[in-house]
Design a protein around this ligand. Sequence first.
Ligand SMILES: Cc1cc2nc3c(=O)[nH]c(=O)nc-3n(C[C@H](O)[C@H](O)[C@H](O)COP(=O)(O)O)c2cc1C
Length: 155
Amino acid sequence: MKSLVVFYSRSGTTRKVGQAIADTLKCDVEEIIDTANRRGLFGWMRSGRDAMRKRLTVIQPTKLNPTDYDVVIIGTPNWGNIFTPAIRTYITQNRTKIKNIAFFTTCGGSAFGKIFNELQKFCGKQPITTLGLTQKEVKQDQFINKVRSFASKIK
Ligand SMILES: Cc1cc2nc3c(=O)[nH]c(=O)nc-3n(C[C@H](O)[C@H](O)[C@H](O)COP(=O)(O)O)c2cc1C
């Protein structure tokens, strides 16, 4: 299947996983850039508040068209068990253009279930598969086998 990896990352963890998935599947990748300032303590607090309130944000224009792909693999950090405003905005803009979907998330703890349920409801589509990783696993490069197993379900 022709796949596209789409992710948002505030501090690099989800980017590392998105890139590893794209390398494994040898597919295109699009990073979503949030124009809101989310740096530092105030950025962190603003991010948590925006996620909790399920706010949209302004993202930079994207380059790749989801209609050109059989599956769009969406990645987001977990912000209070909710997906990020940047990914909420991307899905809002592209929902009708996505044929099949898969999700991945990274988080400080290990509670992935709720975020996948929220994503599924918001997209209106059941994912082919999901992958949840902790920041620790990603930092210590202990995630490549999980990425391979995830990718094998999409190929
Ligand atoms: C605003 C905010 C809220 C977060 N809330 C949670 C949370 O509820 N549970 C959790 O396990 N991690 C939480 N985290 C940690 C991130 O999910 C984790 O560090 C993630 O891997 C960061 O991904 P990134 O480097 O791609 O931005 C939160 C981080 C931020 C910035």
